[in-house]
Write a protein that binds this ligand. Structure first.
Ligand code: HEC
Ligand code: HEC
Length: 350
């Protein structure tokens, strides 16, 4: 009798376990549908052209594995995903300034990764202008991953798993930096956020509350010249009154152009998912959105080089600030934040 129960419960256990695994397979498997190029209708034409790097399930899966693999760093301690956290729209929640290899501090706040194919230039100062080239910067930066591309390729060539995956993705086992950069671009390029409550409101699929609508109206009046819809950036470099910090000595865009007019100008960041991407600004100096709005209501001295739009400060009541913040939270896109395609394949599913 006891034996029979044991058999029955063992079979039920095995059945449940195997179902769980079948479910998991589906969770991690990338299909053709998953990598279909389907851009939001109200967005402009993408700047990065997937024509020569059409995403495939195999390429994307390889890009995902590499993104989450510390093998790209010198001592195998830091992956792209270590700094770019999925739950923060791939920004980094707990550090104002990025932390790299051996706990070394970078200079800047980790920006979110989203809608990258619409970015003419990347980084806070626009220092990189091609999505495919971009990963060379963190891989080789001494305070980020501190590795050289040649060694990365050698490490990958020594790995059985990677030679197989490169073969599946490209048809041969030859691993090159170009292939590595292409699959990373397939993965990061498909990080598209376009399904927030704001987007649904714009498509007449959802409504916003009175407070949120008032926030939207204020936003359009006072912020949208720079944070332009639908991407919430106009892709320009501006000085929003942020004071120079003598510890970090980061003077922004001037380092790229050498033009004095660009002193303390930074790329206007998108505000999509901004609720999740704290702390804020290029050096993470503000912890929350209230501090950001308090900053914008100040007026600036000439010495601060603030953008003409902001010299007098933006006038907002406390209620206005609350309403703008309520609106900004409608830009949180749960479809994107919980998109299984971008999850770390080494972790349990969530
Ligand atoms: C040590 C932390 C760290 C690691 C590791 C890291 N990044 Fe970043 N990433 C940053 C920081 C900080 C910036 C902003 C740098 C700047 O503005 O100068 C950035 C910027 C970017 C950008 C530009 C985003 C934009 O909108 O401007 C992309 C794309 C990106 N990283 C992808 C990657 C990829 C792919 C990897 C892995 C190969 C990676 N990052 C590894 C910290 C990191
Ligand atoms: C003159 C252009 C301009 C205007 C107007 C403007 N911003 Fe900004 N905003 C910027 C720039 C440039 C930055 C990045 C500055 C930096 O990092 O040092 C920024 C950064 C931010 C950030 C931080 C985002 C992040 O990821 O760190 C928030 C939030 C923000 N702005 C909200 C607003 C709101 C709300 C308004 C209206 C009340 C507004 N901005 C008006 C140019 C502008």
């Amino acid at each position: 009798m006891f034996k029979k129960y044991l058999y029955i419960s063992a079979s039920i256990f095995l059945l449940v376990m195997s179902l769980a695994f079948i479910g998991d397979d589906k969770y991690w498997t990338i299909t053709k549908e998953d990598v279909k190029l389907d851009f939001p209708k109200d967005f402009p034409k993408p700047i990065y052209d997937f024509k020569n790097n059409t995403p495939t399930p195999e390429g994307f899966t390889l890009g995902r594995k590499l993104f989450y693999d510390p093998i790209l760093s010198k001592d195998s301690s830091i992956s792209c995903g270590f700094c770019h956290q999925r739950i923060a729209a791939f920004a980094h929640i707990d550090h104002p300034i990025s932390h790299g290899i051996n706990g070394l501090l970078g200079k800047r706040n980790v920006p979110p990764l989203q809608n990258l194919i619409w970015e003419k230039e990347m980084m806070w100062d626009g220092g990189v202008n091609n999505l495919e080239v971009q990963p060379i910067s963190p891989i080789t930066n001494p305070v980020e991953m501190n590795e050289d591309m040649g060694t990365v390729i050698k490490k990958l060539q020594r790995s059985k798993v990677y030679t197989t995956m490169f073969k599946t993705a490209f048809g041969d086992t030859l691993i090159t930096s170009q292939k590595l950069l292409r699959v990373l671009a397939q993965f990061t390029g498909l990080m598209i956020s376009s399904n927030s409550r704001y987007d649904k409101y714009m498509r007449h699929e959802d409504t916003l509350s009175k407070t949120e609508l008032h926030g939207l109206q204020l936003f359009r009046d006072k912020c949208a010249q720079c944070h332009k819809e639908p991407l919430f950036t106009d892709n320009t470099y501006r000085n929003n009154g942020i004071a120079y910090d003598s510890t970090f000595k980061d003077s922004g865009r001037i380092k790229i152009t050498g033009d004095k007019k660009d002193f303390m100008k930074f790329r206007v960041p998108s505000l999509r998912n901004v609720e999740m991407t704290y702390p804020y600004m290029h050096d993470g100096r503000f912890r929350n959105l209230k501090q950001v709005l308090d900053h914008y209501t100040q007026s600036y001295t000439q010495a601060s080089h603030a953008d003409p739009i902001l010299v007098k400060g933006i006038s907002l009541t406390e209620q206005d600030k609350t309403d703008i913040i309520a609106f900004l939270k409608t830009l949180t896109d749960k479809t994107f934040l919980y998109d299984r395609r971008f999850a770390d394949p080494n972790m349990v599913r969530y």
